[in-house]
Design a protein around this ligand. Structure first.
Ligand SMILES: *Cc1c(COP(=O)(O)O)cnc(C)c1O
Length: 411
């Protein structure tokens, strides 16, 4: 979304027109932005054999998955259901990496039957996998390097208290299980969480993986997970993928030489590909001044965008209807009966009842974490593709809310 001559536009379309046509609240995604993020990552690692496995949980709409596929990405899924959506979007099973955590062995078997690549993050599951499949089905192993990524433990998954991955300190046990069951480990994986600050953390993680890799003779790829940081507000540090490409690329090439053959380098970005491409458009229902602040109450809430309340995430908010006026300080809140604040003390161009606001960086973990709390309908989703706004998910209605409810006859 860009501001040109006082009009907010996406691919040349006036954002106000999109909201008028599809109503609010509305998620709008810019396909060009998604594709350009994908391209930057590919360019940054053009010297390596890079494979991008889009982390589907960030934004799981089937049309978004199709867009990823069209542009050469594979997909990383964390549940059997996400896998089914990816298959429905047309991904070949072997291009789907299944990275679940604490699921039953039955779900893993289901994924093997579908032909997915399995990423195992627990020794108990690996043992069962080995007993059942021996070397017949290749797998990837998820390791926990105990590196703390970023500053927020809710989104860091590599530290010592984390439930993710097999600890690198369990390596001897891990190798025994692999050897005694003749398991064919073709990939090593690490994902230490969102918002890794810089190339140095990736490099540290990579060095640990490279050190361990010698014990795994059948590797075809190393998966560095994600952790790419995008900017949520002005001045935020973001991952410089070109810097990362140079440093990590070089380290990877050196490693491959030492290992004896050229491996594939995998990444699983979610946020990096879709966060900035998305906005949540909302309408201002009321302005309510209290002794403390001026509240802007909008026709959405934490049920539609959970991140501010769940992670204290900062999402920039702009006034689409009145981009030219003076700025005032507001607290933007939702309509849910719960404290659901989108942003405290925000300087926004003067807000009037009926104005259209955009909440930015809403592409990742926006709709995919939305719920029907307060029996509110989940929003519609629109993808702007080739200069046209396409509806990619209809707004819900009362039928959707009642669909699976069972009305007891109490007479
Ligand atoms: C969530 C997740 C990702 C994506 O993380 P982002 O911060 O959105 O890039 C990648 N890999 C795994 C295994 C994940 O669980």
């Amino acid at each position: 979304m860009e501001l040109k001559n006082n009009v907010y536009k996406i691919q040349g379309l006036n954002v106000k027109d999109i909201a008028r046509k599809f109503g609010t609240p509305l998620y709008v995604y810019d396909a060009d932005k998604i594709v350009s993020q994908l391209q930057s990552l590919k360019n940054a690692f053009s010297e390596q054999n890079i494979r991008i496995k889009y982390a589907a949980k960030a934004l799981t709409n089937i049309s978004i998955l199709k867009l990823m596929k069209k542009h050469g990405a594979g997909v990383d899924v964390v549940s059997a259901q996400e896998a089914d959506i990816a298959l429905a979007a047309g991904f070949e099973p072997q291009h789907i990496l299944f990275t679940p955590n604490c699921v039953s062995f039955e779900e893993i078997q289901e994924a093997v039957d579908k032909g997915l690549m399995i990423n195992i993050d627990n020794i108990s599951i690996l043992e069962q996998f080995g007993h059942k499949y021996h070397d017949k089905v290749p797998c990837c192993v998820r390791l926990n390097p105990h590196i703390m990524a970023g500053g927020n433990t809710k989104i860091s998954t590599g530290h010592v208290d984390s439930k993710f991955g097999i600890s690198i300190y369990q390596l001897p046990h891990l190798l025994r299980v692999i050897k005694s069951n003749n398991i064919n480990v073709t990939g090593l994986h690490m994902h230490t969480g969102s918002d890794i600050l810089d190339a140095e953390v990736f490099l540290k993680m990579a060095e640990i993986l490279f050190g361990l890799a010698q014990d795994f003779p059948n590797l075809q790829f190393i998966d560095f997970g994600s952790g790419f940081k995008v900017g949520y507000k002005e001045g935020d540090i973001t991952t410089n993928v070109y810097d990362l490409g140079m440093k990590l690329g070089k380290a990877f090439d050196n490693f491959c030489n030492a290992y004896g053959r050229k491996l594939e380098m995998w990444f699983e970005p979610g946020k990096y590909l879709v966060s900035e491409a998305g906005v949540l458009l909302v309408k201002v229902n009321v302005i309510k001044t209290t002794p403390a602040t001026a509240f802007v109450g909008v026709d959405s809430g934490m049920n539609h965008l959970m991140r501010p309340m769940m992670y204290d995430a900062y999402h920039e908010i702009v006034n689409i209807s009145n981009p030219n006026s003076i700025q005032r300080v507001y607290t933007v809140v939702g309509y849910i009966c719960e404290t659901d604040t989108f942003g405290w003390d925000r300087k926004i161009h003067e807000v009037r009842e009926g104005d259209l606001l955009a909440i930015k960086n809403a592409g990742a973990y926006g709709f995919s974490m939305a719920s029907n709390y307060n029996s509110r309908y989940r929003p519609a989703e629109v993808l702007v593709y080739n200069g046209e706004a396409h509806l990619i998910r209809e707004r819900e209605n009362m039928e959707d809310i009642l669909r699976k409810q069972v009305v007891l006859d109490l007479d």
